[in-house]
Design a protein around this ligand. Structure first.
Ligand code: SF4
Length: 351
């Protein structure tokens, strides 16, 4: 696909969009088949040192009641993941770089790897230094998800305070590559001021960094953030359908451009349409992440508002995500890690 075609498809709807989805589905069938893999996600802490302008749990949001789950609570989540037979776990939190926070996570990864050696372990805890990433890898972490949010520096600086570094985020991604993680990244689609060329740049960036997996999603406002004022709120409400469509189109184009990568169906899509994640699976996503976080913490982990699944529990999310895969007409695959084919293929190249 050339850049003109990509831009056309990113903006497509109706017949042109169906043509795109047929194309992305053919590519999926050919390269990775119809399997969908599960990752039980534990949002173990909403404490964050950072202040991203779009994020509901940013450090300066005083309306957030902070928590960090204790090990016994996390062990209970892990037992559920085992019982539900998900095959992989995602540990997600705000960014914390104190020694105490680092020890806590390292011990946790160590425990999971020793107790459940069969699990794929994904970490999603922000920008961490090389040595610590190395320690996590040695303890058993296999994947790391660090969304770039946007590859366009000017847009990045509108989304982050000046003490947040685009270069550092890039360096973290490169370090993950060096350490042989399955590298995950992603962007936000529908950021105020984002152009189709910006999305094209994100796609190029994903190819250049040669990522193995993606966690990307639509921009959803959170009213307790500096990015949102009355005007942005109105703009976002008026453009919901466009943002939703564009996100599905982006997933489909990404599947075509990087056919063997893992792409997660973002929960945020369900804010726009209850069938959002099902649609994402239909057009190219192959990963779904049922929330395993205990119900009592879910309302405190609102990166964006109107977040789905906050009134549910782990059992309900397991049932619901399995149904979504069935509705999409794809295969529910339990009990296996579902590592990125892209990673496996590039590992062969590195031998
Ligand atoms: S996006 Fe991540 S790093 Fe930024 S404020 Fe939110 S939790 Fe912290």
């Amino acid at each position: 696909m050339n850049p003109i075609e990509i831009k056309k498809y990113l903006l497509s709807n109706a017949e042109e969009q169906q043509e795109l989805f047929a194309l992305s589905n053919n590519i999926r069938e050919k390269h990775i088949g119809r399997n969908v893999y599960f990752r039980g996600i534990i949002e173990f802490s909403n404490i964050c040192e950072k202040n991203c302008f779009y994020c509901g749990i940013r450090h300066d949001n005083e309306n957030v009641e902070r928590f960090r789950m204790d090990y016994d609570e996390i062990k209970e989540c892990l037992r559920f993941i085992k019982q539900a037979n998900f095959g992989s776990v995602v540990l997600q939190s705000g960014e914390m770089t104190s020694n105490g926070a680092k020890d806590y996570l390292l011990q946790l990864v160590d425990y999971i790897h020793l107790t459940y050696p069969e699990y794929g372990i994904t970490i999603s805890c922000g920008e961490l230094d090389y040595d610590y990433l190395k320690s996590l890898k040695e303890a058993g972490a296999t994947r790391y998800l660090l969304r770039i949010e946007t590859s366009v520096r000017s847009l990045y600086s509108k989304l982050h305070p000046s003490d947040h570094s685009f270069e550092n985020r890039m360096e973290c991604l490169r370090n993950m590559k060096r350490l042989d993680y399955q590298v995950g990244t992603g962007n936000m689609i529908g950021i105020p001021g984002q152009t189709t060329d910006d999305l094209l740049a994100d796609l190029r960036f994903f190819q250049e960094i040669d990522a193995d997996m993606f966690g990307l999603g639509p921009y959803v406002i959170h009213e307790d953030t500096p990015l949102v004022n009355r005007e942005i709120k109105r703009w976002w409400e008026e453009n919901r359908q466009i943002i939703y469509n564009k996100t599905l189109n982006f997933i489909a184009v990404l599947r075509i451009l990087m056919p063997t990568c893992n792409i997660a169906a973002a929960t945020a899509l369900d804010v726009f349409n209850p069938k959002g994640r099902t649609e994402a699976l239909r057009v190219g996503a192959n990963i779904i992440m049922p929330v395993v976080t205990p119900s009592m913490y879910r309302k405190k982990y609102l990166l964006y508002q109107d977040k789905p699944c906050i009134d549910e529990n782990a059992e309900m999310c397991a049932m619901c995500t399995i149904n979504k895969v069935k509705l999409a007409g794809l295969n529910t695959v339990l009990g296996v890690r579902g590592d990125s084919e892209h990673f496996k293929l590039s590992s062969i190249g590195r031998l």
